[in-house]
Design a protein around this ligand. Structure first.
Ligand SMILES: Nc1ncnc2c1ncn2[C@@H]1O[C@H](COP(=O)(O)OP(=O)(O)OP(=O)(O)O)[C@@H](O)[C@H]1O
Length: 225
């Protein structure tokens, strides 16, 4: 589904990532961990096509990202939902309008999909905040709104960058429950996190592989986690 073949990445100051080969099969659950600055966000961006590798090949759904035209990229954006580290909401739009934004951008009418939108807001526990604005949300509510926005197009893959970075443990568990539910529905999940407790808790609920960035490459973390 997403495949990296001998991938390297260099922002210009030397290789940050090097020689990475990995397959993310459908329905898999992966965590990505590693020290700050190791390249986790960069790795995620390579997986969802925000960056192209400086060496090697990344392909998604059987197509090399380098060969994708605008239509392919638009299709990729629908099939891969991303929860960004900073959530990046439009503060002048309500929570429900922010969550519905991928629909609006792709030319669909959110009014026509209102039931779907309401169901999604209820699923993430934000029905009461639908008409609020992003600055009025707590950290945990922001992350759940970002997850709702990431899944509104029914993507097959969900990629989340430090989704529990700024929220308390109770909220982290709530978010993890949603991600586990998505995985049980067959979605492929990739999460970058520093939070080893989150990884340990997840591993009691799903079969998750833990990847660690070390010396510019990816290693499979052992059972010590
Ligand atoms: N656009 C950019 N241009 C140049 N260097 C960059 C750019 N983005 C990131 N870097 C550098 O690449 C390195 C890896 O950054 P990245 O954000 O991928 O790490 P990370 O593991 O996600 O870190 P953190 O855990 O702190 O979020 C850092 O040294 C960062 O300064």
């Amino acid at each position: 589904m997403i495949e990296l073949d001998d991938v390297s990445y260099n922002y210009g100051g030397g290789e940050l990532l090097s020689g990475i080969s990995l397959t993310l099969p459908p329905g898999s659950f992966h965590f990505l961990t590693g020290p700050s600055g190791a390249g986790k966000t960069t790795f995620l961006k390579l997986c969802y096509g925000d960056l192209l590798p400086t060496g090697g090949r990344v392909s998604a759904f059987g197509k090399d990202m380098r060969d994708m035209d605008r239509d392919d990229i638009a299709r990729l954006r629908r099939r891969v939902g991303v929860v960004h580290q900073d959530c990046a909401f439009l503060d002048h739009l309500s929570v429900e309008d922010n969550v519905a934004l991928p629909l609006t951008v792709s030319g669909r009418d959110p009014q026509g999909e209102e039931a779907n939108l309401n169901e999604l807001l209820a699923w993430v526990g934000l029905s009461a905040q639908a008409r609020s604005f992003p600055p009025e949300l707590s950290g945990g509510e922001r992350q759940r709104a970002a997850l709702a926005r990431a899944v509104i197009m029914a993507p097959e893959i969900i990629i989340a960058d430090e989704p529990t970075g700024n929220i308390d443990w109770e909220m982290s568990l709530r978010l993890l429950t949603l991600l586990v539910e998505l995985n049980r529905m067959g979605k492929t999940i990739l999460i970058a996190t520093h939070d080893l407790n989150l990884i340990r808790t997840a591993k009691q609920q799903v079969q998750a592989r833990v990847l660690r960035i070390r010396n510019r490459d990816l290693q499979l973390a052992g059972a010590d986690l």
